[in-house]
Design a protein around this ligand. Structure first.
Ligand code: SAH
Ligand code: SF4
Length: 373
């Protein structure tokens, strides 16, 4: 580990002896723990300190599923780990492959709840979209996750496990991009999201390039400040979706707490690394936010912010009262932004044929599970 990040961890540990969180039965849950916490644990076990680094490497680099797999760790320590700790992996309940080549992975958590990840095969790399909460409390009116309501925060172990299990499933290959755009609002779960991201971007951990990790938010301003202060170097995406407070209040009720002006000010203040840009996501909804007047307002609002715009044609669902605009409208919206010198890319949701759009697949599983009961 680089000297400065080690220093940060030492500083962050405070006076208490930081240890990984415990499960109800008293066992430590290791996934999501940093090297400092593992060192304290190893010392508690009476083992030499270098074992912590081995454990760290096995957990985050090799994506080990059991202590038994960790063959260079002594038998005595393995036994101690078996008795006192769990890795904290979740279960893969189902994998579905879409016609467009993307794969949806449905995970079952220890308490029987379901979340999903989406693995998208790009030219010659993977992008992985992970969840951070079971459901979502923000309640955006165009989103199936919001429609299902909020159940609970995911733990750091559950967040990290999604990446590790997918890495195993693609034969040890590391997804090049990881986006926090699955179920949930990551900035309402920063106590778990920040430690999870730290080990995922740690060069001696999972080693995903920090700039290729994107945290997407509906615009939780205090969370944006805290994420900036955590200094992880990850990228930020804002789900803007409207160009007036009047419309945004209806689409995203969180706008009443954090309206557009304050949100864009927080974007301007976000500590971006050199040559980096904020992504603005804009779900295009027929006759709601898809006119050239909207495009004009959008161009004006984003002026001066280093950014790119993702235009996402709405993914319909029978439960949601919106429609997708015509292809012509979508292209005209993009064209307008181009002319104003914005980078605007149209992004169709992947895996639509397998119910993969935001929250739909886990919603199906939830429904199936409630029928089973
Ligand atoms: N809660 C965070 C991250 C998860 S949502 C956020 O809102 O940013 C990821 C993206 O999916 C958001 O940009 C959201 O606007 C978009 N989305 C949600 N429902 C959608 C739908 N039905 N069609 C298209 N995009 C949708
Ligand atoms: Fe939550 Fe994001 Fe869906 Fe809004 S769009 S309900 S914030 S997951």
């Amino acid at each position: 580990m680089a000297a400065n990040s080690q220093h940060r961890e030492l500083k962050g540990a405070g006076r208490d002896i930081a240890l990984p969180p415990k499960r109800r039965d008293g066992k430590y849950i290791l996934l999501g723990a940093n090297l400092w916490e593992l060192r304290n644990l190893v010392q508690q076990a009476g083992m030499p300190v270098f074992r912590a680094k081995q454990l760290f490497h096995w957990m985050y680099h090799r994506a080990a599923l059991s202590f038994e797999e960790m063959h260079n760790i002594s038998r005595v320590f393995q036994q101690w780990l078996e008795e006192n700790c769990v890795l904290g992996h979740i279960d893969i309940a189902d994998v579905r492959e879409s016609r467009d080549g993307s794969r949806k992975v449905v995970f079952r958590l220890a308490d029987g709840k379901y979340v999903e990840s989406v693995l998208i095969k790009e030219e010659d790399w993977y992008t992985l979209c992970i969840s951070t909460q079971v459901g979502c409390a923000v309640g955006c009116t165009f989103c199936m996750t919001g429609y299902g309501g909020f159940q609970r925060n995911m733990t750091r172990a559950e967040i990290v496990s999604q990446v590790m299990l997918v890495k195993r499933a693609i034969h040890g290959e590391l997804p090049r991009n990881v986006v926090l755009m699955g179920m949930g609002e990551p900035l309402l779960n920063l106590d778990e999201v920040i430690p999870a991201l730290r080990v995922l971007v740690d060069p001696e951990g999972t080693a995903i390039a920090a700039r290729r990790v994107t945290v997407s938010t509906s615009g939780i301003i205090p969370g944006m400040k805290r994420l900036g202060e955590a200094d992880l170097g990850v990228s930020l995406a804002i789900s803007l979706n409207a160009t007036s407070n009047e419309v945004r209040d209806v689409l995203m009720p969180i706008n009443k707490t954090y309206p557009i002006e304050g949100l864009l000010e927080a974007c301007r203040e976000f500590p971006l690394r050199p040559r980096r840009r904020i992504t603005f996501e804009y779900v295009l909804l027929k006759d709601i936010n898809d006119t050239l007047e909207d495009a004009r307002r959008l161009a004006r609002l984003l002026m001066g912010i280093p950014c790119k715009i993702n235009l996402i044609p709405f993914n319909p669902d029978p439960n949601l009262p919106f429609e997708r605009p015509s292809e012509e409208r979508i292209l005209a919206f993009q064209e307008f932004l181009y002319r104003k010198n914005y980078t605007a890319i149209i992004r169709y949701s992947k895996g639509v044929d397998i119910g993969g759009a935001c929250g739909q697949l886990a919603a199906h599983w939830r429904a199936a599970a409630s029928q089973e009961k």
